[in-house]
Design a protein around this ligand. Structure first.
Ligand code: AP5
Length: 215
């Protein structure tokens, strides 16, 4: 099992670069945010537990997160290669991931820390639009659709994510600093951290990650 982690604040571009890396690597993209949004939409027990935390920009409790990740890993088995996006987000999640990987005789191989200044994060998040049908991601300035309000791929309506309003965005960025940023030191100490200037174009971020993976 090979494991890389995309670590970065909300809006750092984890999802965008993951979409690109999927085309060029064997890694399966596992986004706990996407898994939770699917659960909320489907009205499952996990979705019911997660909804209010997500709307407020707070972290969903660790036991819920570990449960969905563990279920995914058990289903995929030992040969899988994972690109985790938005996971882990707390020291507890990081420790439990290490324990789960050890059971597969594996460990985290690379952690890419996507570094972006706060004012750019806010601009990216508040301008993001997502397709209600296929989930494609746009940005009103950086990546506008060909026809305003409609998805280029499926024609679905584009909306703002419920947690992308400015108040919730500010809270999500604060939560990242308080509860997640210390993972930079955690993975630095393990010698697997690679810091990347992700304020540039997503193609540049992808190129830096691909170069590091090839080392
Ligand atoms: P999640 O969905 O993981 O959200 P997030 O971490 O806040 O990250 P985002 O998806 O907002 O940003 P991103 O870095 O993927 O940026 P993107 O590529 O989309 O989590 C949502 C919620 O679920 C959390 O708040 C929490 O409640 C819960 N949750 C999830 N995981 C959890 C966990 N492990 N533990 C506890 N709770 C958890 O880009 C953003 C915008 O910028 C887009 O419009 C894009 O087009 C644009 N953009 C991206 N890159 C660039 C670039 N290089 N240049 C210009 N524009 C760019």
């Amino acid at each position: 099992m090979k494991v890389m982690i995309l670590l970065g604040a909300p809006g750092a571009g984890k999802g965008s670069v993951a979409e690109q890396l999927k085309q060029s690597t064997q890694y399966a993209h596992v986004s706990t945010g996407d898994m939770l949004r699917t659960a909320v939409k489907a009205g499952t027990e996990v979705g019911r537990q997660a909804k209010s935390y997500m709307e407020a920009g707070e972290l969903v409790p660790d036991d819920v997160i570990i449960g969905i990740v563990r279920e995914r890993m058990d289903a995929d088995g030992q040969q899988a290669c994972y690109m985790f996006d938005g996971f882990p987000r707390t020291q507890e999640q990081a420790r439990l991931l290490d324990t789960a990987l050890a059971q597969f005789g594996s460990e985290v191989n690379k952690v890419f820390q996507l570094d972006v200044p706060r004012e750019i994060l806010i601009q990216r998040l508040t301008g993001r639009r997502i397709c209600t049908q296929c989930g494609a991601v746009y940005h009103v300035i950086n990546m506008p659709p060909r026809v305003e309000g409609a998805c280029d791929t499926c024609g679905g309506a584009l909306i703002q994510r419920p947690d992308d309003g400015i108040d919730v965005v500010e809270n999500r960025l604060d939560v990242y600093q308080k509860q997640t940023a210390s993972l930079i030191d955690y993975y630095q100490a393990k010698g697997v951290l690679v810091s990347i200037d992700a304020a540039k174009h997503v193609d540049e971020t992808k190129r830096s990650i691909m170069e590091s993976l090839a080392e």
